[in-house]
Ligand binder design. Structure first.
Ligand SMILES: NC(=O)c1ccc[n+]([C@@H]2O[C@H](COP(=O)([O-])OP(=O)(O)OC[C@H]3O[C@@H](n4cnc5c(N)ncnc54)[C@H](O)[C@@H]3O)[C@@H](O)[C@H]2O)c1
Length: 350
């Protein structure tokens, strides 16, 4: 195969702002051959803006003219469309989260293995320069002890699409935004298995009338997902993680913090810094990284395409992203039942 023929399923914001522009920068390896959306006008508008030759209204019709698809629909449809595509012999890059439930992710993984199709999830934070440097630096810090995540937005509830609809998305700030940081942490921690999770999800702020929101209008009466979540995760080897994420919270400003303290050193990811004790002094090493999300999307697209063409190893593997969904599901479950949730080694939660 000389060039991969790409289909876009769901032609909304993330498709038009990130994925299609990234593919257009990789035209020697990929052509965007087709687009599909339930909203006919939106699919046609995307086709016209980006010069995409084929437009479809049923995603199954698109499969005959592509080798791979990028799924950019609401979360509810990720598993169904990914499975149908891989059964039809098509590689899949699915927007995050992989799916709403662990059971759906397991089925996606099974179908990918059975049909030998590439399956990846668009956890694009992994492809930022700081995250890539952090991954290399993990060998310097020895055994990881404590991971801290604060993925906090002060007033940024997505006011477009179906983001506050639980049935369509499976949740709010955690499954939509916090998921990126859980993925990043589990990837950096490389195989550490969460053993026990405690979590609490809130939405009282967004259910209060007349809230300020920087990302469009939201209806406090129909708001039914979480806007702020806290969690504590204990790993099987005794390491731990303090996690907090929000779309809306009464805080001074947005914060994007992820750091890991290990036995021999520590890292901060955004911006990257390495903390060590060397020759009797405490040191901080800084690296000149630029964390541009469009650039990260480019490297994500490149790695996915090259994996489909057999030219590169996939960076974001479905076995890993399944574990992110499992952790999210456990945090929600813990919040619902009001106590901790134990996860069995490589198996289901109890
Ligand atoms: N990686 C990131 O940082 C990031 C950022 C935003 C959104 N996302 C993810 O991308 C996905 C879409 O988000 P968005 O912001 O583009 O939303 P959006 O509402 O702008 O676009 C979604 C599109 O999907 C279409 N659609 C709905 N159901 C469909 C179906 N069954 N088949 C085909 N099309 C369907 C809608 O008509 C709409 O055009 C979500 O899964 C979201 O979590 C990821």
């Amino acid at each position: 195969m000389l060039k991969l023929r790409m289909g876009i399923i769901g032609a909304g914001r993330i498709a038009q702002d990130r994925h299609i522009p990234a593919y257009l920068q990789l035209q020697e390896k990929v052509e965007v051959a087709a687009v599909q959306d339930l909203d006919q006008a939106r699919a046609e508008e995307a086709a016209a803006s980006f010069n995409i030759p084929h437009v479809f209204y049923d995603y199954r019709d698109l499969f005959s003219v592509v080798d791979a698809v990028t799924i950019c629909t609401p979360n509810k449809f990720h598993a169904e469309i990914a499975i149908a595509a891989m059964e039809a012999g098509i590689h899949v890059l699915c927007e995050k989260p992989m799916a709403i439930t662990t059971a759906e992710c397991e089925r996606m993984l099974e179908v990918s293995r059975k049909n030998k199709k590439v399956l990846s999830v668009a956890y694009h934070y992994r492809y930022t320069e700081s995250a890539q440097v952090a991954k290399q630096a993990m060998q310097e810090i020895g055994d990881p002890l404590v991971t801290r995540i604060q993925a906090l937005r002060q007033r940024k509830v997505p006011g477009w699409g179906v983001f506050i609809n639980k049935e369509m998305q499976g949740g709010g700030s955690l499954i939509d935004y916090g998921c990126h940081f859980l993925d990043l942490a589990l990837w950096l921690l490389d195989g550490l298995e969460p053993a026990e999770v405690t979590g609490t999800a809130y939405n009282r702020l967004s259910k209060t009338p007349d809230q300020i929101n920087e990302w469009g209008n939201i209806d406090h009466e129909t708001f039914e997902v979480d806007d702020h979540v806290s969690s504590y995760v204990r790993f099987e080897n005794g390491a731990s993680m303090l996690f907090e994420c929000s779309w809306a919270a009464n805080i001074k400003e947005d914060t994007t913090h992820i750091s890991i303290s290990g036995v021999k050193g520590g890292i901060n990811v955004f911006p990257f810094e390495l903390y060590q004790s060397r020759q009797g002094v405490l040191t901080t090493t800084e690296v000149m990284t630029e964390d541009n999300h469009k650039k990260a999307a480019f490297f994500q697209a490149k790695n996915f395409i090259e994996s489909c063409l057999g030219e590169a190893e996939l960076i974001c593997k479905p076995e890993q992203t399944l574990k992110v969904t499992k952790l999210i599901e456990s945090i929600y479950k813990s919040s619902e039942i009001g106590s901790s949730v134990k996860l069995q080694l490589g198996g289901d939660e109890s």
